[in-house]
Design a protein around this ligand. Sequence first.
Ligand SMILES: C[S@@+](CC[C@H](N)C(=O)[O-])C[C@H]1O[C@@H](n2cnc3c(N)ncnc32)[C@H](O)[C@@H]1O
Length: 266
Amino acid sequence: MPPHGDEVYRPKPGQRGKDVMWLGTPETMVAAMLKAARVGPADLVVDLGAGDGRIAIAAARDFGARAVGIEYEPPMADLARRNAVRAGVADRVRIVTGDIFREDFSQASVVTMYLLPELNLQLRPQLLDMKPGTRIVSYAWTMAEWEPDELIRAHPTDPYPQDAYAWIVPAKAAGRWSIAEVGGSFRATLELEQRFQKIGGTIAVDDARARQPILGAYLVGTDLGFTFVDRDGGVKALRLALDGDRAGGTSRLGEYVVRVTAQRGR
Ligand SMILES: C[S@@+](CC[C@H](N)C(=O)[O-])C[C@H]1O[C@@H](n2cnc3c(N)ncnc32)[C@H](O)[C@@H]1O
């Protein structure tokens, strides 16, 4: 017998939901969003406000991920479960009937959402506290001053073309770091300032009093990179993988690459 229930429940676009009404993300955008987030079999995708389950289902069916959809409205959550069965991915898609502001989704490696600007802002601190490297994708709405790392353009022929936005949760990098080359002579202190994924700061090499600005700094998840002018005038590139208050990576001067370690000071 086919899964039943559809005969008694057909959601209408625009119908009320707890904090936001139901409208489905266009299927072309669902695929583009999951692609932008580089979803793969190792991922746990959580869709906040899952509606009919289309994002969670596509993540499992087309990208091989495990997925959870959190949906407040019980009949809608039931429909999403039936859709997961129909799509043959019920073993990898879990639909939770619950409130996105109460359910724990901290284990997600990818979070998707189609909510409202103010809900995105309400969730923003929680999203920024997720594991660095977690990908966030929001259809239609931004995160205000937390600028997206990627813009996913709507197709111009969509009936209501709306873009989507993708972010990578940045590690918390601000503070004073001591850096040392392993087996080398180079030591430096780095002062980093951070606003979301934007990084700036200064570095002082050896005991030099003079601090110089770091150049071309970027922070992608835990991956921090920048350049600066070394003692002899060469441009040195530092690349560090941040891990809490510790970091390891390399310094490169032309072809000359040396391992470095770093520690954030107290
Ligand atoms: C705009 S729809 C998006 C549906 C789906 N994510 C998609 O992109 O196709 C938002 C969904 O969030 C649900 N919703 C509203 N407030 C919620 C809350 N606090 N917790 C969980 N779901 C909620 C609504 O019932 C609706 O199904």
